[in-house]
Design a protein. Sequence first.
Length: 297
Amino acid sequence: MKILIIGSKGFIGSHCADYFKSKEFEVWQADVNESLVDNFYKINRQNSDYSILFKEHQFDVCINASGSAHVGFSFENPSKDFELNVVNVQKILVAIRDYNPKCKFINFSSAAVYGNPQFLPITENSICKPLSPYGFHKLQSELLLTEYHNFFGLNTCSLRVFSAYGPRLKKQLFWDLYQKSLQSDVISLFGTGNETRDFIYINDLLQIIDLVIHNSPFKGTIYNVANQVETTIVEATQVFVSSFSPEKKLVFNGEAKIGDPNNWLADISAITKMGYKKTITLKEGINKYVSWLNELK
């Protein structure tokens, strides 16, 4: 099987490249950052064009792991976030429609589309009320995938990723903890610590992508990507601190961070029916992440 990974130098994209190579897929990569690997296309950061990728090759699968994944950035620069998370998705879809219409297209959306849900667990049919431009833009990208399936017959699928983590991730909660622990003995975080998330380790996320490729109908289909385990932020941070720097003290300032939801717990019935089973607990995953952080020293 021939697969193209766009955004192959990022956190999820780089893991996808390694994973599908290990599965003996023919892996092609594309990114705005340079690379010396074989089968690689450099994308122009200022004026992205994906046509040449699909003009020169016929891919069985394309995974788009590019774009911005930063809520704060979307408030600071909503136009750029829209370009990265919506305009570029539309450009990829047009290129697939014109040159490679049989290609299965997987785009990474986000649980940010849900905002603060009325009920838990959150199903794929739950009402979407994003709390940030980032969440709105991810929702718009999903609508594009539905549009291009309905009107042009493309094989599309959106993955609403909840709190993914693992080695190579240099943003979000655990990276923030790492950075702050290097600077002070007291680690201050937003919120009360009672907010909840549904964490998923990168290896389990990759398992889900593989299952989706082989089992999804690709009809603008949407899947929650999580573990259906609700964990408080204070529980997650305590596991991290105990593993990385147990002498540090955690303090929550009680202030809500703009764009952050209160509680998340995903219903994962759809991916469970495909055969998904969690293989990494949060403690095991954080220990693996900490081992990677220690290698950076």
